[in-house]
Design a protein around this ligand. Structure first.
Ligand SMILES: [Zn+2]
Ligand SMILES: [Zn+2]
Length: 197
């Protein structure tokens, strides 16, 4: 599913299956979450975008083909690709350990084709392994919205058994039960709609 130009309608299209280059992996997509940033992508809300574009950056699937010099990933392995589109390893932020700040990354679905498709090619450094306990549908939204919640918990002092409050409903709220389950954290919610009766 692509957007032919900024602000245009969705378009169901057929493309050649992409081939992975050196250091790249082709993923057969099983599920892709829907993020509000996809709306901004569709409207051309990021600088330097090119068209047509396949949006989607909450991708879960299976390694389908390996380019040269890819290791240790193997065909058939379950993987996810999120907002982090991989890193180059040689720019200043990379050399300082700030991989998310890489100057040569490309967010899938914004600066390279994303997950509203059957296949995607990404740098191997963009991949995260998906455990067998998670289905593709459960894992996909964790690659963006779920990480937002998880990182907040990880950087808090919360420990398993603690009660935490997560502010924000929508993308960051939806995957919270999965994140909570992983950490053994309990949460309670405050729904303003209930209070209005
Ligand atoms: Zn997102
Ligand atoms: Zn870099």
């Amino acid at each position: 599913m692509q957007v032919p130009e900024a602000g245009a309608d969705w378009e169901l299209t057929s493309r050649e299956i992409p081939e992975p280059g050196r250091g790249e992996v082709r993923v057969r997509i099983e599920a892709c979450g829907v993020c509000h940033s996809d709306f901004f992508a569709k409207e051309g809300g990021f600088p330097g975008m090119t068209w047509p574009l396949i949006p989607g950056h909450e991708i879960a699937g299976v390694v389908d083909a390996l380019g040269d010099d890819v290791r240790p990933w193997r065909v058939g392995q379950r993987v996810g690709v999120g907002w982090f589109g991989g890193n180059c390893g040689w720019c200043d932020p990379c050399r300082l350990g700030d991989l998310m700040g890489c100057e040569n990354t490309a967010v899938p679905g914004i600066w390279r084709d994303g997950g509203y498709a059957e296949y995607i090619v990404v740098p191997q450094s963009a991949l995260a392994a998906i455990p067998d306990a998670l289905s593709a549908e459960e894992a996909a939204p964790l690659l963006c919205a779920g990480l937002t919640t998880f990182n907040a918990l990880r950087h808090s002092n919360a420990r398993p058994g603690d009660r935490v409050a997560i502010l924000g409903i929508g993308g960051t709220w939806a995957p919270r039960s999965t994140v909570r389950g992983e950490d053994g954290l309990r949460d309670c919610r405050h729904r303003s709609r209930d209070r209005k009766g």
